[in-house]
Design a protein around this ligand. Sequence first.
Ligand code: NDP
Length: 255
Amino acid sequence: MDNQSRFSLAGRTALVTGASSGIGRHIALTLVSAGAAVVLAARRLGQLDETRKTIEEMGGRALCVELDVTDRDSVERGFEIAVAEFGAIDVLVNNAGIADTASFLEMTEEAWSRVVETNLTGVWRVGQVAARIMARQGKGSIINIASALAIGVQKNQANYASAKAGVLQLTRVMAMELGRSGVRVNAIAPGYFQTEINSDFFSSSQGQAYVEKLFPRRLGTLDELDGPILLLASDAGNFITGSVLAVEGGALLKS
Ligand code: NDP
């Protein structure tokens, strides 16, 4: 097989959660550019529809499903619609996530629970529904979007960082339990990429100081996630499971 075919997703279907903005929207477009049909999943259908139109203008195929990762019925319904339309789910990108920042002492029960429910339990829930389908198919690739904050430590992120660290260990357990079924499970731990989730942070002096510490003295650009995504989604990554790929410009090497 040549390298172009190895990275190709022609004939494959990918479902991306949180595809209505930021990283998820970008990943959906990247998967389409490699030949996949995509299922765009999130709560805001209007936003998803804009992305669907862009994909169709690119000559790609996309379906929008309203899906809330905190609601099992909604997740199961989303996958049923996707399988009815495309017949299979080859790739899941478990990307939906939120942040609700506060110091450890000031964080509310509500902020803790909401972030853990979306960012950790949501990944487990969507992963379980997808993996049951993929195990029946005898193949599939699940990519969990964690964060460099799952590894490095930063103030005011107790809920977010704990949930994302949980995603890394969940990824390894899923990889171990699903490996014999032909399902690979990996995580990507991105550093900061400016999107809706963190726009307040980068207008603060703490955010500007953070950027200054990075080796390239700039944030990542979304297309710098394309290589890792295509590697893990495609046959190029067939021998990779249970791995965490940090995409953060060396941020984790800095104190
Ligand atoms: P955005 O806020 O731009 O996007 C978050 C996405 O998650 C939206 O599409 C939103 O869609 C979706 N979402 C949130 N809650 C739910 C829910 N309950 N059910 C379904 N979808 C939901 O953030 P980013 O693009 O920046 O973040 C994407 C992922 O990348 C997150 O997991 C984030 O933690 C992670 N990440 C981001 C980094 C960054 O620097 N930006 C760095 C490291 C990790 P909708 O509201 O329509 O449901």
